[in-house]
Design a protein around this ligand. Sequence first.
Ligand SMILES: [Zn+2]
Ligand SMILES: [Zn+2]
Length: 472
Amino acid sequence: MPRLRVYGGADEIGGNKVLIESGDSRVFLDFGMSFSAKRRFFGTFIQPPSFALVNDYLLTGVIPSIRGIYKRELLRYGEASKLVADEPTVDAVMISHAHLDHVGHTSLLRNDIPIFMGEGTKIILEAREESRTSLTIENKIIKHHNNIKTFRTNSKIKIGDYIITPIHVDHSVPAAYGFYIDINGYTLAYTGDLRMHGPKGDMTQEFIEYCTSKSVDTLIIEGTRIDEKEIHSEHRIHEEMKKLISSASDKLVVLMMGLLDFDRIRSVLSASNLNDRTLVVPLRQAYLLDKLKREDPALETPEFKPGELAIYHERRGAGEYSDTDYKGWMKNFLNYLTDKGYPLVRDYEINENPSKFVFVINMLEDVLELARIKPPAGSPFVLSTSEPHNEEQMLEMEKLMNWINLFNMRYNHLHASGHASASELIQIIENIQPRRIIPIHTEKPMLFREYLKNTEAETRITIPKTGEEILL
Ligand SMILES: [Zn+2]
Ligand SMILES: [Zn+2]
C-alpha cells in the first residue's frame, strides 16, 4: 500500500511538500517554500550564507532532511553533507502552480530529479527569473534546473507504478492544476490551490467531475479559507472597481495587486476602460504579460493598446529616461516595447492627467513611484492583493500606510481570494466522496472535522503532522 508524508503544508498555509511512496517509486507533490518556517528564523537582514544555505535551513526546519534530493554543490557544509547520495531518492516532483509556496524550493533540488509543471507555469517562472536584476541560488528555479518537463490538462504522466493526470483548476494564477494519481489501482487526488467562485470556475468543476467519475481513495485538499464563509467573486471586484473609478472623477486611482493575478488584471482593465481610463502596469508585470501572450496564446492575455493598457516607463539611473539609465533585461525590454510601438507612460504624464489613468503597483518598493507621480489629495489607493506568496510581497503595512497618508490618499481594500471558501471545500468533499481526507495548506485543519461533524465523512479525516508517515 502507498504511504504519504506531509513535509510542508501541515498546520501552515503553503510550503506544500507531500511525498507519496509506493514500492520503489517516490514522488513529491509540490516542493514549496515555507514562508512561515522561514519567517521564524530569517528575514531581510538575516539570510543564510550560500555555503550554508541547506545546512541552516535544515537546522531551522525550513526544508526536510532527506538524503539524495538536494543539489550536491549545496551539501558541502555541516549537517547537509550527510544528505549526499549517488543516486536521487525521489523519482519526480509534480508542481501544481507557479506560486512560490508550491514551487519555490525546487531551486534546491538535484538536476537528475525531473520536475513536472504546466506549460504556462514554466513560462511564468521563466518570465519571473528573466525580469530580475539579481538572482540568488534560491530564486533560480528554471535557470539552474535542466530537467523541467511540461504537461497540459489531461496529460498522462507515468512514473514507476504511478499514472498521474493533471487537470486544470481555477486559482489566482494561470496554469494551476490538481492531480489525479493512480498507483496500481489505489487512487489519490491532490487539489493544489483552487477556487470555484473565480472566472474560470468551470475548470475546477472539471477536476471535481474527473475525480467523481473515477472514485478517490485519498483526497489531499487545501483548506486556506476553511475558516471563512464569505465568497467574494472576481465579478464583484469588477463591479466595485467600476464604481470606485467612476466616483474618483479628477483623481488618480492607484491599485496594488499581485504580479501574477491575471484575473485581477482583466477585471481592473475592463473597469478602467469602461471609465475611459488607461490601465498602467509596471515593467515587470508587462514583461510577464507579453511573454505569456507570445508563448501561451491559450491563456488569452490582454494586449497593450494606447488608451487601454500601457506600460509604466519608470526612471532609473540618472532619472532622465536616457538609454544609459537602463541595464540588463530592462534595457532590452524597453527597446523591444519601443520597436513594437507599445504605449509607454511616464510619471509626468500621469501627474498632468491623473483622471486618465489607473496606476498599478505590485510590490511595496513600487510605492516610491508615488513620490514621482504625486497623486492629488483624495485619490483612492486600492489594496487588491492575494495572500502573500513571496517575500517581496509581504506587506510592510505600516510603511505603505505612511505613504498613503503622506499624499492624503483614501485607502480601500478590494479583493477576491484565489481559494475556495468553507462551503466550497465541503461541497468538493461531498462531491468526490473520498475514503480518506487529508487537509493541508491550512492553519486550522480541525475545522474540517467541525464542518463534517456527525457525518460519515468526519471519521475519514486524517490531520497530517509534519514528516509523519500516513499509511494509505
Ligand atoms: Zn498556496
Ligand atoms: Zn497558490
